[in-house]
Structure formats: structure tokens, C-alpha cells
Design a protein around this ligand. Structure first.
Ligand code: ZN
Ligand code: ZN
Length: 393
């Protein structure tokens, strides 16, 4: 294909920034991305790209090139987070309590602009590009997209996903072959005891005292029962709720958290977790309900796509831009669900952290800031990878 990457991306620069700022100013929570979805939908239709809705606010646009070939899917996310923005920007969130604090506004804008560039090259496009705008990545929006047929008609031969990332230096690109992001399951334990007055504890059973033992047992289990090198496992508790009066012992205590595994034997971890909690509670004269729900499965990059991605990054940003060591992490992304449908995929993170610009704040924070200079770079990488895949396959 005859794409002049630098100049075609530069020509759209102001529009890319404006689109990202528009989405940033109007953040919406998972499955409520009505405005954002309508905005994207309208833009794709304007480009003469057929669009369908899935799972309410999910968008799939299919750009069929005039030349025959394979199908590549570019996946991005639409959702924001329940956070009140604490930045001083002219395009700050106008939706109180909701904020694009993960960079999904950037991904959606980048993907829409790639659609624009490729639509202008439709006559020389060797195959099909599917643009997927997914709702509720922060929850578990991938499965409803799959169940709604996002991976059919046409079925992609490869899926590409990127994430701008404040924790890597600006212009560095992190990716590896094989497992890169851990599976993440959410658990909720309800410990049932028996309520009583604080002055006669012997007449009841304290679920709070029991919870203390459960917490210790969980920490011991994750440190002692899994191979530290080959079975990275992380169990963390983020919420614990019980009682409403300081001199009473309540009936129940709820503990919620996540179980993350960067290995394939996650079922064994979940079963052991469940058994341990139930047994500890029994020994403390309580009973326990344990619910475990999938947030995302483990994300593993395809070897060939990784090699292709490495080539594109090295050509575009130089050999020093590639980070392959230390890029595996216990954080998850439900892009994994699409890969696990048997479609090779590549996920990579584009660093945008620069201390002097204040863009090294962790994602999901109220003062999370994007270095907008990364938009054109990330756009170029993703566009080139899509084109290269179609040209080479
Ligand atoms: Zn996030
Ligand atoms: Zn994210």
C-alpha cells in the first residue's frame, strides 16, 4: 500500500487531538457509553464503513478493501472510570464522578482516525480491517461482544490491541511473546456467624474474628503453595465490610478482592482458595459462601505477530524503543478473551511517561494525565501493523 504515514497522520493531527479531548470531556461508564458510541458510529458511517452495534454500546465497523486478503481486527475500548477528575484542563470531565483515567479516550480516537486513513486507501487495501470499539473493558465487556458476534462476519485472522501507558517512558514500547498479562478473577466471600452483644460474645459467633484468620490464611497460601517462578499468583483484598454498631457482633462479614495468575493453572488456585476459606470458616464455627467471577483470562501474545510488531516498532522508533524484559505483569486486560477464541493476537503498551510533563501518574488516578504527543506515534504503530499484517498474509 502506498501510505505516506508521517504526512497523512500529521494532516489529521489537530482533528485527532480534538476528538480525544471531546471523548475525554464526556466520559461514560461501562455499558453506558451512549454518547461516545454515537460519536464513533457517525464518524465511521461518514467514511462509508458499515457499522453494527453489539452489547448496546459496542461498535464494530468493517472496512472491506478492493483487493482480496485476510482480515485484521483493531480493538479499542470506550469506557471511563468512576473517578472525579482532579486536573486543571480546558477539556476536563464534564460528567461529575466519571473520568477517562486509563487512556481509553486516546485509544478510541486513534482507532477512529486509523479508519479514516484506511478508508481513503480502500482501493489498494489487500483485505479487510475490522474496527472494534468495546464497552466496559474495566469490567468484563469482552464476553458480551463475543457472544453478540463481534468475531464473526468476518472472522479476523489477527487482533491487534494497544494501550498508552504512563508507567513506561515516553516513546518506549513494551511487548513480549507468550504470556504478558495475568488472568484476573474477582472473589466475594460472605462469612456467616451469629450476631450477639459485645458483652456476651459466647452467645454468638463473630464473623469478624473469623475474617482475620481468613486473611492470614490467604496471604500464607499465596506465598507458600505456588512455585514462585513458574506459577506467579497474587491474591489481594480490596474490600471488607461488617457490622454497623461498635458494641455488637454482626451476623456476617463480606470480603472482596482479586485472584491473579500469570500461568495456566488458575483453576487449581481457585479450587484451593475456595477450599481453604470454607475450611478456615468451619474451624471458626462459621460458614462461608465463596463466589469467584472472571474479570479476564490470561493474555498471551502470538509469536509471529510479536515478531511483526517488533519490526514495526524498531523501524518507526529505532531499536532502543523496544522493551521486552520486565514487561509481563499481574494486571489484566480483557482483550485476552478475544485471543482465547483461537485468534492470534498482539497486545502492546506504548509508553507516554515524562516526568517533566507530569504524565507519570499511575492509571486509574484522579490526576492521571496523557501526553498527547503520544497519539500520533501510537496511531502510526497500530496503522503500520495492520497494513503489514494484510500485506504479508
Ligand atoms: Zn484501566
Ligand atoms: Zn485501560
Amino acid at each position: 500500500m502506498n501510505i505516506d504515514y508521517k504526512s497523512e497522520i500529521a494532516a489529521l493531527h489537530d482533528e485527532t487531538i480534538a476528538l480525544r479531548r471531546d471523548i475525554h470531556a464526556h466520559p461514560e461508564l461501562g455499558f453506558q457509553e451512549e454518547r461516545t458510541a454515537a460519536l464513533i458510529e457517525a464518524r465511521l458511517k461518514e467514511l462509508d464503513i458499515p457499522v453494527r452495534r453489539i452489547a448496546g454500546t459496542g461498535i464494530v465497523g468493517v472496512l472491506k478493501g478492493d483487493k482480496p486478503g485476510n482480515t485484521v481486527m483493531l480493538r479499542c475500548e470506550l469506557d471511563a472510570l468512576p473517578i472525579t477528575e482532579d486536573n486543571d484542563l480546558p477539556f476536563c470531565s464534564k460528567n461529575p464522578g466519571v473520568m477517562h483515567a486509563c487512556g481509553h479516550d486516546c485509544h478510541a480516537a486513534i482507532t477512529a482516525q486509523i479508519a479514516k486513513i484506511l478508508a481513503a486507501h480502500r482501493s489498494e487495501l489487500p483485505g479487510t480491517v475490522v474496527f472494534m470499539f468495546q464497552p466496559d473493558e474495566e469490567g468484563a465487556g469482552a464476553m458480551p461482544m463475543i457472544e453478540g458476534g463481534a468475531l464473526e462476519d468476518p472472522r479476523p485472522n489477527a487482533i491487534l490491541g494497544l494501550h498508552v501507558w504512563s508507567q513506561y517512558p515516553f516513546g518506549k514500547v513494551a511487548m513480549c511473546a507468550g504470556p504478558m498479562n495475568a488472568s484476573s478473577y474477582y472473589f466475594k466471600i460472605t462469612i456467616h456467624g451469629k450476631d450477639t452483644s459485645g458483652y456476651e460474645p459466647e452467645k454468638g459467633v463473630s464473623p469478624i474474628s473469623c475474617a482475620a484468620h481468613v486473611l492470614q490464611a490467604i496471604d500464607t497460601m499465596q506465598a507458600m503453595e505456588f512455585n514462585a517462578v513458574n506459577e506467579p499468583t497474587l491474591i489481594t483484598v480490596g474490600m471488607i465490610h461488617a457490622g454497623n454498631y461498635m458494641i455488637n457482633i454482626p451476623d456476617a462479614c463480606e470480603i472482596q478482592g482479586s485472584i491473579r495468575c500469570l500461568h495456566e493453572d488458575e483453576k487449581r488456585v481457585h479450587e484451593r482458595f475456595r477450599a481453604l476459606v470454607v475450611d478456615i470458616c468451619k474451624s471458626m464455627r462459621c460458614t462461608a459462601d465463596v463466589e469467584i467471577e472472571c474479570g479476564n483470562t490470561m493474555l498471551s501474545n502470538d509469536e509471529k505477530l510479536f515478531e511483526m510488531g517488533r519490526e514495526v516498532v524498531t523501524e518507526t522508533l529505532g531499536p532502543d524503543a523496544m522493551l521486552t524484559k520486565g514487561v509481563r505483569g499481574m494486571g489484566g486486560d480483557d482483550l485476552a478473551e478475544f485471543f482465547n477464541e483461537g485468534i492470534p493476537g498482539l497486545y502492546y503498551m506504548v509508553g507516554m511517561g515524562s516526568p517533566e510533563k507530569g504524565t507519570t501518574v499511575q492509571h486509574h488516578n484522579k490526576d492521571f494525565l496523557v501526553d498527547e504527543d503520544i497519539l500520533d506515534i501510537a496511531l502510526e504503530l497500530q496503522l503500520k501493523m495492520a497494513v503489514r499484517f494484510l500485506e504479508e498474509n
